[in-house]
Ligand binder design. Structure first.
Ligand code: TRH
Length: 394
């Protein structure tokens, strides 16, 4: 293989930024990187390239992407298939800001070229989101490179002051309000997603995006026997098998509809990333997972239940409780304890009690709006990151 050419980048129209992303599992890694890339390009005028090692996962949430293409441009963002750890693009142009997502290792050639650049780039390691208190202490800590004259800075997303915050597009609240206040937009969404008009206002609409979950069987039974109608919206994915078994179906692929007792369920196609927000807005209660959908549920301002990404040694359980402390902390005792029990049950400890959850739904709905307001006070991650990078580039 011939060595890549080191060339000077063209005169930048805006700040040039490279984001490196390895897809470990699922959609959250690329989901966060793609959202960040779109914000940096669309809201801050940056020239962004995304290096990603799995175009198939990416294509699920960005259907206009061509999975077999080495290089392409979408929404003005260059997307480069990062096919080997040493691959750093065909021409080594080092950006002003380099983001390595979630501790993925940059190609050594690229790091060497960063060190050789006339002016060292701002190098950020974007970490996974955690609501734990220590995050604020570690956010923006520098880490000098052992060999090169380069410094990497740790950028920690978080839910509290002093952290990097979480991603929130500038137009997000306006888009949500426009959707929720337009009967025709809602009707069009229901028609397109389920082939049916919106359900009656008395029905409880639940979206279910979650990992395989042993508590799902009990919850499906509770919904079947619920006094009021439950309309369940299930994007095709890891819980689809359990839903299919509950209804005695061979699968629960997009376009499948089923009914048992008071439970009506629709299997939905996995949509592009923007489309996922509308699912959260159309629902009364959202089950979410991982990192990015967890954040979107908070901006949707609806009661939600988080299936956290499981880690070795149950390290995720303290993260779950840290998030609960922020989100549920100010609730009165009874709803706070009910929510805590439900989240714990959904994450492996106990059996979820839907009737109890339902009893406190009004309190959860009020808190959801209050929490979104508080969280917005921490500032949008893309804006926080862009502000920090600019302060370093001065
Ligand atoms: O897919 P995930 O389980 O990703 C996880 C987490 O990010 C976790 O932190 C990480 O360690 C692990 O992967 C490897 O859940 P998450 O983060 O919610 O990402 C899902 C993405 O998929 C999110 O960007 C929303 C998007 N999505 C769509 O675009 N369309 C859809 O129809 C649905 C249901 C989701």
């Amino acid at each position: 293989m011939s060595a890549p050419l080191v060339s000077s980048p063209p005169p930048p129209a805006g700040i040039a930024c490279d984001i490196f992303c390895t897809v470990i599992d699922n959609f959250g890694d690329i989901g966060v990187c793609w959202r960040l890339a779109r914000q940096l390009a669309g809201e801050h005028g940056w020239q962004v390239r995304v290096f990603v090692d799995d175009l198939h996962a990416f294509q699920k949430l960005c259907p206009s992407l061509v999975a077999g293409r080495a290089r392409q441009s979408i929404e003005g963002i260059a997307i480069v298939y990062w096919h080997a750890p040493s691959h750093a693009g065909d021409t080594l142009e080092i950006a002003d800001v380099v983001i390595e997502a979630f501790g993925c290792e940059l190609p050594p050639e690229y790091v060497a070229a960063m060190a050789g650049r006339e002016r060292a780039p701002v190098w950020l390691n974007l970490e996974y989101l955690s609501a734990e208190d220590w995050v604020a202490d570690f956010h923006l800590r520098p880490s000098p490179h052992p060999r090169h004259a380069l410094t990497k800075t740790f950028f920690f997303p978080g839910l509290g002051p002093g952290t990097g915050g979480v991603l929130k597009e500038r137009g997000l609240d306006a888009a949500r309000i426009a959707f929720q206040s337009s009967d025709s937009a809602r009707a069009a969404w229901w028609q397109q997603a389920t082939g049916a008009p919106p359900p009656a206002p008395e029905a409880t609409v639940v979206s279910l995006f979650t990992y395989e979950n042993p508590a799902a069987d009990s919850l499906l039974e509770q919904w079947r026997d619920n006094p009021g109608e439950i309309v369940l919206l299930v994007p095709e994915g890891r819980i689809s098998g359990a839903v299919a078994r509950f209804f005695g179906l061979p699968s629960f692929m997009a376009g499948t509809h089923a009914r048992r007792g008071r439970l009506i369920a629709h299997a939905l196609a996995f949509t592009d990333q923007r489309g996922y927000d509308a699912l959260l807005w159309a629902s009364d209660v959202n089950f979410v997972r991982g990192e990015d959908s967890f954040v979107r549920a908070q901006w949707a301002e609806k009661p939600f239940i988080w299936h956290i990404y499981p880690q070795a040694d149950d390290a995720h359980l303290s993260k779950l409780d840290a998030a609960l402390a922020h989100y549920a902390g100010p609730l009165p005792d009874a709803p706070r304890e009910a929510l805590t029990r439900f989240w714990h049950a959904w994450n492996g400890a106990g059996t979820p009690d839907w009737a109890e959850f339902q009893r406190h739904r009004a309190a959860f709905a009020a808190r959801a709006a209050g929490w979104a307001h508080e969280l917005a006070g921490v500032g949008d991650l893309a804006g926080n990151l862009a502000g920090f990078a600019k302060s370093q580039l001065k």
